[in-house]
Design a binder for this molecule. Structure first.
Ligand SMILES: [Zn+2]
Length: 139
């Protein structure tokens, strides 16, 4: 099951590394969950999808371009991708999971991390194990 290609450079790896560096622990590609989320934080009941802008049609994103040829083929393909994502989101939401989508372009630009960390930190407050100090330093 080993992949030899340059896996290290994928957006998914970048997100995994960044979250790990911030002390978050998670599982990967949980097959028991619909949509097989890329990152699963079970204790927080949170899943993170890292989506390619093209295949998952990131709205308004320049990487979600429309191929000039075989338009019908692509439109059908895109529609089914979007429908599959929506089914997975609503199934997960119905089971009480919180869903975050990180787009590939945000990973490339490095803009995804701060918002994601902010959301995760707020969550840990609302889950509230012990009262955690609010003055956590950013490094
Ligand atoms: Zn994008």
């Amino acid at each position: 099951m080993q992949r030899v290609r340059g896996v290290d450079t994928t957006p998914e790896m970048a997100v995994r590394r960044a979250l790990h560096a911030h002390g978050y622990r998670f599982r990967l590609h949980d097959r028991t969950l619909m949509g097989r989320p890329d990152i699963v934080m079970k204790s927080r009941r949170t899943v993170i999808f890292i989506h390619g802008c093209f295949w998952h049609r990131h709205q308004g994103c320049r990487f979600a371009s429309n191929p000039k040829t075989r338009q019908e083929f692509w439109q059908t393909k895109f529609r089914s991708n979007i429908a599959r994502d929506q089914r997975a989101y609503s199934d997960l939401a119905a089971r009480g999971w919180t869903i975050h989508v990180v787009w590939e372009c945000e990973v490339k630009q490095g803009t995804y991390l701060q918002p994601l960390l902010t959301v995760l930190e707020q969550q840990s407050v609302s889950i509230g194990k012990s009262s955690s100090p609010a003055h956590k330093q950013e490094s």
